[in-house]
Design a protein around this ligand. Sequence first.
Ligand code: GTP
Ligand code: MG
Length: 428
Amino acid sequence: MFLPVLTCLAVLSDLASQRHVFLGGHVGFDSLPDQLVSKSVTQGFCFNILCVGETGIGKSTLMNTLFNTLFEAEEASHYQNGVYLRPRTYDLKESNVQLKLTIVDTVGFGDQINKEESFKPIVDYIDTQFETYLQEEMKIKRSLFDYHDTRIHICLYFIAPTGHSLKSLDLVTMKKLDSKVNIIPIIAKADTISKSELHKFKIKIMSELVSNGVQIHQFPTEDDAVTEINSSMNAHLPFAVVGSVEEVKVGNKMVKARLYPWGTVQVENESHCDFVKLREMLLRVNMEDLREQTHARHYELYRRCKLEELGFTDTDPDNKPFSLQETYEAKRKEFLGDLQHKEDDMRQMFVNKVKETEAELKEKERELHERFEQLKRMHQEEKRNLEEKRSDLEEEMNAFNRRKVAAETLMGQSLQASSQSFRKDKKK
Ligand code: GTP
Ligand code: MG
């Protein structure tokens, strides 16, 4: 029997256990990317946007413009006691791709006199979504396949077009969020600021962000297919946008624009604003990267901190790998040790308490006894005094009686004497 002719060439790679092998013909696994696409399309996608910006800065209008639709929107009042987040989820479909879109609005942001805590509800919301995902991941019976992932993939931070500088609220909020979410700063209502002012404003914002150590999202440049566009777009940050769903006829085309007495600002005209750049980066080029960054960077950080907080580690104190089982056993031992320690402490405390109470009771008993003795002594003293008084009184009474008897005798004798002398006088 002949051995089949070797049609592949094996080359030893750097790793001893892995070898590069060339195939002699088509086997078919090059369809893997197509399989992946088909599976993803069937499953659908989800994308979650957080809009952080003052009341009335143009958040809802921009979302409507971005997705070319009218999402439900309620005007927020300026009299909220605090900031709260309002998520709304929509099912969208474009061609055969389904997108579950969640838009989270910050209601009442920037309306309070004291804005110190304004960032807190936003941070809490982002953390809660991470926590919910982590809980799902740690379940014994997980259902991540059809799990509605609510983790925030992008935070659009709306900056007011003051032409001045960032407000401290903006800097504080972005600083608190930058390790939790991808932030893209945008200058809202950019039609209200002149071109030269806008240029200076963008430079000012970027330098303030850098000097305050705020990390904003950078579009990835590693992938050759997007290197050029992403690096040129990174240089345009923050995007200066205009929002409008109003259609205006310009030439012979209907375009989205804002109409003013002096002219028209076209939303999709790149010489008027950066709306197209934002849409290109957010929806058409980097949506998947934003989702990936959220999972691989921000969620990973949250998960790591959380697990470390719970006492899990990958290595032991000698830097040797530590399995989950070992961590669990160590934690259990530590927990039982703690429990034993606490039990001993409590027992000791109980014994001390009993001893203390016993001593207190003894002291009270001694005090009572002393008091009883004292009262007894007092009673005897009083009794003695009374006895003395009684005997004095008896003596007095006896003396009185004696005097009385003597007086009566004396009186009897004198009566007798006087009657005899009376009788004598009569005889005479
Ligand atoms: P709340 O949800 O109430 O906080 O407001 P919002 O941030 O969603 O603002 P909204 O989109 O409701 O817009 C508020 C006002 O600003 C509306 O009158 C919009 O027409 C106007 N507006 C929105 N975008 C722009 C813009 O790009 N330029 C100008 N000049 N006005 C805008
Ligand atoms: Mg709104």
